[in-house]
Ligand binder design. Structure first.
Ligand SMILES: Cc1cc2nc3c(=O)[nH]c(=O)nc-3n(C[C@H](O)[C@H](O)[C@H](O)COP(=O)(O)OP(=O)(O)OC[C@H]3O[C@@H](n4cnc5c(N)ncnc54)[C@H](O)[C@@H]3O)c2cc1C
Length: 567
């Protein structure tokens, strides 16, 4: 059997290596139009910031290694230019010589990825405007930063003896992963960074109140964020600098511009070969990675996947899914019954020492779908036991189904990146296993004081949700607080810092003796700092015949909403 794989990075390379591990006899030809295979695109922004100093560190495996270790005919600078699905052949163009040859296949795997969107805006091809998708793209940015415009060239001659370092300006267009990672790395390189984006918040997979905190965090680290405005052109300025023009008529001067406005599945070849595309514009595959042609498979960023929670067709460009899909395609080609489970969108981004991460569905997606069978909770546990030095708060939003208690999604952020990673990674596994919130409450996770708490954040989420689902401690949210009866059970010192207008204050220790001050004919929404004392108070109230609920996340989630409203 002969298998041709088009695209030699995440999905393609993992498919090729798995194929060889499963079958010593299969003839494998992997073609990559670029100069490198299996490189670390996820590391590219960090090379710009010199966190990853050497470009060679990004080259995870080489063409020679694929040939020597895996016995794979691996060709770089080799572009597949046409597929003849009927005769099962592919035309390949040698990028160095221009020569076109034809190869036949028994099975063909497409993993061409999703190139960066490059809209036809005036001036978009000016020198100094870059995208970051490949090693050569990144090399061009690094070279420009090291000695690009006259101005930047002056920068590299800066001796440190001058009174003040000349300021250099970068504009990043797009507030997704790549945009934010580039913004951080340009800050590391001493640039004044402006991030311009069309949506009203960064990281659009997050709900707005969580994204607002991310935005606040990057602003504190020097990134100027311009939201709700799109870029509509670029103009050359003197000395090699660029002026970025926006739809709202604003202008931003820049010595370097990074375009990171998203990616689009590469479907050119598939489309011209008559392979079916899906409603979202990606290659349509089944759960075994078959396209509409039974001899052609497709994996990675170029395909549409089923959203694990909603079942909707989605385009989700992530390295983990691409690698798993590559492996599944290899399994299926070798006769195994592997199946892809769908993509949850589990993601993490590191930002200035902290992290934001998420898995599963967001509240805004549920709202878009008109799905009301869900509840959400906000909690703000410590990254590890509070008594052990260095504990940092994690902000965690967990969404679950009201009717059966199943976990639907979670979003977290905090200054302790590994602690955020641990919680969302655990929740991602629970989600994939179809866990209920009771399963979370019962989870046995690692614990020693420097790593977690005897009741971990994940357990807490399960316990809080269980209390809600069983009616032990009903929940409400700040959206419903206007005009409601609010009871604040914090101590007087806390109220000096911040209070809610109109809320009655009865500190928790006095509650049992002051029940007579509370109404019996309306719901009492209970507030404290993070909702723990509000839960204790709610239990007291319910057992004394009152109608009460906990304002989820307490004053911290109120602050979060205020930040979101004023961002
Ligand atoms: C800067 C950056 C940072 C990222 N960070 C993360 C991260 O932190 N976490 C995460 O999960 N994901 C991240 N990603 C996304 C992740 O890299 C992709 O989801 C993953 O690489 C997709 O794999 P793929 O095989 O589908 O496509 P790719 O890895 O893009 O590979 C496709 C390859 O196919 C080649 N090709 C296309 N057409 C042809 C043709 N006709 N003939 C021959 N070759 C062809 C292309 O040259 C390309 O090299 C990042 C991506 C970028 C660009």
């Amino acid at each position: 059997m002969k298998v041709i794989i088009i695209g030699g990075v995440a999905g393609g390379a993992s498919c090729a290596a798995r194929l060889r591990r499963l079958d010593e006899k299969v003839e494998i030809l992997m073609v990559e139009k670029g100069p490198y295979v299996s490189y670390a695109n996820c590391g590219l922004p960090y090379h710009i910031g010199k966190v990853i100093e050497k470009e060679s560190s990004l080259l995870v495996a080489t063409r020679e290694m694929f040939t020597a270790v895996f016995g794979i005919d691996c060709r770089t600078h080799c572009e597949a230019v046409a597929i003849d699905a009927k005769n099962k052949t592919v035309d390949l163009r040698n990028g160095m010589t221009g020569e076109v040859t034809t190869e036949s296949y028994d099975k063909l795997v497409l993993s061409p990825g999703a190139p960066s969107i490059h809209p036809p805006l005036p001036g978009i091809d000016l020198p100094g405007i870059f995208q970051v998708r490949t090693v050569p793209d990144t090399r061009a940015v690094v070279e420009w930063l090291d000695k690009g415009t006259d101005f930047l060239a002056g920068m590299s001659n800066y001796t440190g003896m001058q009174q003040s370092k000349p300021s250099t300006r970068a504009v990043v267009v797009g507030g997704g992963f790549i945009g934010l990672e580039c913004a951080e790395n340009l800050i590391h390189r001493g640039f004044e960074v402006t991030l311009i984006q069309k949506p009203d918040h960064v990281l659009t997979h997050l709900d707005p109140e969580i994204a607002a905190l991310v935005q606040g965090h990057i602003k504190r680290h020097g990134v100027k964020v311009v939201a709700n405005d799109g870029v509509n052109g670029f103009k050359q300025l003197a000395g090699g600098a660029i002026e970025v023009l926006t739809e709202k008529g604003k202008t931003y001067p820049a010595d370097v511009v990074i375009l990171a406005i998203g990616v689009r599945p590469d479907t050119k070849l598939a489309n011209s070969a008559g392979i079916a595309l899906g409603e979202r514009g990606g290659i349509l595959v089944d759960d075994q990675m078959h396209t509409s042609d039974p001899n052609i498979f497709a994996v990675g960023d170029a395909i549409e996947v089923k959203d694990f929670v909603t079942g909707e067709q989605s385009l989700i460009a992530l390295a983990g899914p691409a690698n798993r899909q590559g492996r599944i395609a290899a399994d299926v080609i070798c006769g195994r019954d592997s199946r892809y489970r769908g993509t949850q969108g589990t993601s993490i981004i590191g930002l200035f020492g902290g992290a934001a991460a998420w898995t599963g569905v967001s509240e805004k997606t549920l709202n878009r779908r008109g799905d009301t069978d869900y509840e959400k909770i906000y909690l703000f546990p410590n990254s590890h036991a509070g008594y052990y030095p260095g504990a940092k708060m994690i902000g965690l939003k967990v969404i679950f189904r009201k009717s059966d208690g199943k976990l639907l999604g979670a979003q977290a952020l905090g200054e302790d990146g590994p602690a955020v990673d641990k919680r969302i990674s655990a929740l991602a596994v629970f989600l994939q296993m179809g866990a209920t919130m009771d399963d979370l409450a019962e989870a046995e996770l690692c614990y020693a004081p420097q790593f977690g708490s005897a009741k971990d954040a994940v357990n807490f989420a399960g316990m809080i949700a269980g209390n809600i689902l069983r009616g032990d401690s009903p929940v409400s949210h700040w959206e419903s607080a206007d005009g409601a009866f609010l009871l604040d059970v914090r101590g007087p010192a806390e109220l000096v810092m911040e209070s809610v207008p109109g809320a009655l204050n009865i500190p928790l220790p006095q509650l049992r003796s002051r029940l007579g001050e509370l109404p019996r004919d309306r719901e009492i929404k209970v507030i404290c700092r993070s909702a723990q004392r509000a839960h204790y108070a709610t239990r007291i109230l319910l057992q004394n015949g009152f109608t009460a609920s906990v304002l989820s996340g307490g004053m911290i989630s109120r602050a979060m909403k205020e930040i979101a409203a004023t961002k």
